[in-house]
Design a binder for this molecule. Structure first.
Ligand code: DON
Length: 569
């Protein structure tokens, strides 16, 4: 070999060595990624990432993100509402119920007139529609049980957003515009969210000093800063001014509850989701139970058989939802509806080539469904593989529309999730039963489905907003991952369908059904109705080698991020 050739060979070897070291380093980094977060807001996702970077775990990040959403996403993020979280730390799975409760003065017929007819809007607009907020005590309880950063450090990013301001994005400007009538009914709310009588323009810097002060007190004193003292008194005054029955004593009496999850096996995975007072976990468990019994996974992806079986399973799960309510009252529970005998009976009812009319599954009158635009879900996994799936809501977009000026936040309209008028549909077209009648101190039935699934070292945390569409959107994404091996980005992007027993309609996003599949389903007796969008799923996943992945639903402007070992994204 001549001298120049020797040098070339040495140089090549050196490059090879560098390349080997780089690829080894990258593989090593993948195994020690420090976290993955997904939420409906880029600002909240950035907060979650910063908390993880500062040594926080999945619970710290989830609570900090929920509080950030309470500032930048007033449609859904909240201190005046409630929610649910499913956590998996090491192998311990728990669920936290911080669902609102009915105020002590609530009565069964509070939304009916003298003739027993529903009073229009009574369970949706103004503080009579508000349940007792669960978020202040709930988020604190989640941090207290599982967080490792100081409480004040977890609240700090939300204080900064409210105090220093954040930029109004297109989604917020548009949603305020859509809700302008509701927000304009209450001068307290209009002063905050309709400055100069108009929705703020995209790009406006929004500062919320009252909310910043509330959050600072919350950081210093915990939930009592909101559920007792001057802020609780202000909430009572605001409720009284506008005909509500919510009292400071209701706030003081509120307690979140840790509950055992609904657990079931599905397609080789273990799944844990929300138990009552959410119907979400039960609907997921029943649906998977029926699909497994009808060999769903053996049929082609997106084909007529899969769609038909999924709809027939949902039809039955949602029919059984009528039996559900607060577990503190009597009624069916997960044990009844996930029992082997019941699943086998429901699975056997499914006709493989004909849609069962919903009227034959149970007898209730039909209703129209709508998707209100807010509730919000966030998912986090930290570098130790601890996971949190958290869904929180005011129910309708901007809740009942009333913001309490001294507190700086909106109250929910979650009371509409009760069966407020017998046999009548709620905001989501859901017809509900006796077990979900209004009662003092009761928790209203939910569909929220924060869910964690795992198989060995692999972990998925997932969930969605969308009212009655929550369990169906969540399940379709989960099935795409665990049955079809889709990537997170593919799984959240796949077009979705929905059925909820009543109305007897198969809702389909554009592209969800090919013309041939739509025709095949129509031939089986399904009434197909197009809808723009179903749910907004936020997803994180840990692979067996420790690699972390995250995906935000492309239907809306959310954000998903990975925190790399060196602290970068
Ligand atoms: O708890 C429930 O099921 C409803 N209050 C959730 C509302 C909801 O998802 C609104 N979002 N799009």
């Amino acid at each position: 070999m001549r001298q120049p050739e020797v040098f070339t060979a040495i140089r090549r070897c050196a490059w090879l060595l560098v390349a080997l070291l780089v690829s080894w380093g990258t593989a090593g980094a993948a195994a020690v990624e420090r976290g993955a977060v997904a939420s409906a807001s880029p600002a909240a996702t950035a907060v979650g990432l910063a908390i993880l970077r500062d040594g926080g775990n999945a619970a710290d990040a989830a609570v900090a993100m929920a509080l950030a959403l309470a500032v930048v996403m007033p449609q859904a993020g909240n201190l005046g509402g409630g929610g649910f979280a499913v956590t998996r730390f090491a192998s311990e799975v728990r669920t936290l119920d911080f669902r609102e409760t009915a105020p002590a003065a609530a009565t069964r017929d509070m939304y009916l007139d003298g003739q027993g007819e529903p009073r229009p809007g009574a369970s949706l607009v103004g503080p009579l529609a508000a349940g007792v907020p669960g978020s202040p005590a709930g988020l604190h309880a989640l941090h207290e049980a599982l967080g490792r950063r100081p409480w004040a450090a977890v609240v700090a990013p939300a204080i900064a957003l409210a105090r220093d301001g954040f930029t109004v994005d297109a989604r917020l400007a548009q949603d305020i515009g859509r809700a302008a009538d509701l927000l304009g009914r209450f001068p307290e709310t209009a002063a905050l969210w309709l400055p100069d009588g108009r929705p703020p323009a995209v790009g406006t810097r929004m500062r919320l000093p009252a909310l910043a002060a509330t959050l600072a007190a919350y950081a210093a004193q915990g939930p009592a800063a909101i559920t007792a003292g001057p802020i609780a008194a202000a909430i009572e005054r605001a409720a009284q001014r506008h005909g509500g029955v919510l009292r400071a004593s209701d706030l003081a009496a509120y307690r979140p509850v840790w509950r055992a999850p609904v657990r079931f096996a599905a397609f080789g995975w273990e799944v844990a989701s929300m138990p009552l007072p959410s119907s979400g976990g039960i609907i997921l468990g029943q649906t998977c139970g029926l699909l497994g019994r009808r060999s769903w996974a053996t049929h082609p992806i997106g084909g007529v058989e899969r769609r038909h079986l999924l709809v027939e399973a949902w039809r039955r799960a949602f029919a059984d939802r009528v039996l559900l309510g607060d577990p503190a009252t009597t009624g069916a529970d997960a044990a009844d509806l996930l029992a082997e005998g019941w699943l086998a009976r429901r699975a056997a009812e499914i006709d493989p080539v004909r849609a069962t009319p919903s009227a034959e599954v149970a007898t209730w009158s039909p209703a129209a469904a709508a998707e209100s635009r807010e509730t919000t879900h966030l998912s986090v996994i930290d570098g130790d593989g601890h996971a949190v799936a958290l869904t929180t809501t005011l129910n309708g977009s901007f809740g009942c529309g009333l913001a309490v000026p001294e507190a700086g936040f909106l109250l929910n309209n979650e009371m509409d999730d009760f069966a407020t008028a017998p046999g009548r549909p709620n905001l989501y077209g859901l017809i509900q039963g006796e077990a979900n009648a209004v009662g003092p101190g009761k928790r209203m039935l939910s569909s929220m489905s924060p869910t964690i699934a795992w198989r060995g070292e692999e972990v998925i945390a997932v969930g969605s907003p969308g009212g009655s569409r929550i369990p169906t959107a969540t399940l379709q994404v989960l099935l795409a991952l665990i049955v079809d091996g889709a990537t997170p980005a593919e799984a959240v992007a796949r077009p979705r369908v929905h059925h909820q027993w009543r109305p007897d309609v198969l809702y389909a996003e554009p592209e969800a059904l090919s013309p041939a599949v739509a025709e095949g389903l129509a031939r089986r007796g399904h009434a197909i109705q197009p809808v723009d969008s179903l749910g907004e799923v936020q997803l994180v996943r840990r692979l067996a080698d420790g690699t972390l992945e995250a995906a935000a639903d492309p239907r809306h402007p959310g954000a998903a991020e990975i925190l790399q070992a060196g602290g970068g994204r």
